[in-house]
Ligand binder design. Structure first.
Ligand SMILES: CCC/C=C/C(=O)SCCNC(=O)CCNC(=O)[C@H](O)C(C)(C)COP(=O)([O-])OP(=O)([O-])OC[C@H]1O[C@@H](n2cnc3c(N)ncnc32)[C@H](O)[C@@H]1OP(=O)([O-])[O-]
Length: 188
């Protein structure tokens, strides 16, 4: 509880809360306030990570164009990033957000399921499961700062975080649309 309270008070989070709550029409940008406070930042191919050691809060910006679709590669990158942060004793909280305009994440990369081998699909679905289990069971306080649409797997990702804050824009949707798509997630 103390940690959660401390995290709420942290500068990085306060900045993000302010930006999200004051935003209209979806023009939410997580970076300007936060970037000024960063101490460490690193960039993997599809993720920009800003970590402020003084607050213990890391911000993971998903930047996998065009819509942060969760491919096998991207899912693996997310898991590795979370693992690395968990190994860093100074890290206490993780905010996940998007660098892509209008989209938090379009969910699972549909191309990973189209005309790919059974082995590949098996590996892909294992990575999906690993991603949400890792986030759901993380010892870090996790927050999804949902600054755009977040259907299906994007919604799953947000749901596995401890907290969700969504930009106030009627154009942004969130939810599970598998029935609409006519697809069934495998049993886990
Ligand atoms: C819960 C467990 C089960 C989970 C299941 C899933 O997640 S299943 C997934 C369920 N997910 C959905 O059903 C989400 C479907 N997507 C959407 O609803 C919209 O794309 C949007 C609202 C996310 C963004 O709208 P917007 O107007 O800002 O963008 P736009 O529409 O113009 O697309 C731009 C480009 O991105 C491409 N692309 C998009 N999504 C995916 C994807 N998932 N994959 C790959 N590619 C995707 C799109 O083809 C286009 O490519 P192009 O033609 O430029 O080469």
């Amino acid at each position: 509880m103390a940690l959660r309270a401390a995290l709420r008070k942290s500068c990085a989070l306060t900045g993000l809360f302010c930006q999200l709550s004051s935003s209209r029409h979806g023009r939410v940008c997580a970076s300007p306030v936060l970037v000024a406070q960063q101490r460490n930042s690193s960039t993997a191919q599809n993720i920009k990570l800003d970590f402020d050691q003084s607050t213990g809060v890391a911000v993971m910006h998903m930047q996998c164009p065009p819509v942060n679709a969760l491919s096998l590669e991207f899912l693996t990158e997310i898991c590795i990033t979370v693992e690395k942060l968990e190994m860093d004793k100074s890290c206490r909280g993780l905010i996940i957000t998007s660098s892509q305009p209008k989209v938090f994440s379009a969910g699972l990369d549909l191309l990973e399921m189209y005309e790919t081998s059974t082995e590949h699909r098996g590996e892909f679905w294992r990575a999906v499961q690993e991603m949400w289990l890792k986030l759901y069971s993380s010892k870090l306080v996790t927050i999804a700062a949902i600054n755009g649409s977040s259907p299906a797997g994007g919604c799953l990702m947000a749901m596995t975080c401890d907290y969700r804050i969504m930009a106030d824009n009627p154009r942004y949707g969130i939810g599970l649309n598998e029935t609409q798509l006519g697809m069934v997630a495998p049993f886990w």
